[in-house]
Design a binder for this molecule. Sequence first.
Ligand code: SF4
Length: 347
Amino acid sequence: MCEGWAFQIKGISPRLTPPKAGKPINAPVVQLDRALASEASRPGSTPGGRTNLCKTNLSNSMSILISCLKSCNICPRNCKVNRLEGKTGYCKTGLDFNVASYNVHHGEEPPISGINGSGTIFFANCNLSCVFCQNYPISQLGNGKSCNIEKLTEIMLELEQKGVHNINLVTPTHLAVQIAITIKKAKLQGLKIPIVYNTNGYDSVETLKTLDGLIDIYLPDAKYSKNTNSKKYSNASNYWQVNKKALIEMHRQVGELKINKDGIATRGLIIRHLLLPKNISGTKEVIRFIANKISKDTFVSFMAQYHPAYNAFKYKELNRKITAKEYSSAAQALDEFGITNGWVQEL
Ligand code: SF4
């Protein structure tokens, strides 16, 4: 069990952990647009709509990517910008993308990190703007080095060679389709370990459906149950409506968490919930929803290590850690709604 977690359910550092020890990405090997052009020109490539990418061949998947990015509606922001022409929307990401680092990470939930670690890849930029983001140099400033499908495929295979238990894609939402194609390419080249989709939970159901069959483990946040708070602190006024639908779709695809005899997760859903001061995260309603609308058997990762970062100091209510009283009050929701699987971080 990792240091810091308790109840069978206890102890991680969340994906907010800055990837200091990560291996920096080197210069791009091949420009993504060149890779796209080459793939899309293969016989059998036809423009398509939002299709399940798992069920299409690689060439068609590339065409679908091209179609989606012409008027981007990959996430609920629905920016409608032409990312193929280098235009950028809310996530400040065009066709190419940045990767901040990749590394073997031992601080994730116990069945994700296991003994050998999780092969974590940190993508730059984000479709949320959390004022307290602990990864803001990456998520908000876009720090990282240029990458593409070819290079990302190599990274996944390199991490697998290191013996990690999974490929852990951190902040993947705005790159969902590029990532889907990379997974297909990597699998064709022998990638076998599970893929973890480590997301802020602001994902559109339509895009998630295109990933059905490619993602083994969904690791989403459930950040807020009040839209006034999600608007104020993450600039997403419909976060809870979007998040609830996304969680249901993720659960539909992968079901409850499956852990093998060695204690390693092989498939399923883990929902992360970061406790914020003054119950800004709306914990009780989040846990109620998980228990009543998804499953009481859902694994919940209850994170208590919030500390002010980035612009949190501008908000008096966010400019401190949570108190013991806030923690115990929030934790009562787990008992009240019968959630017994997961991990809890101690204060
Ligand atoms: S992925 Fe980026 S450009 Fe596309 S809709 Fe979302 S925020 Fe906008």
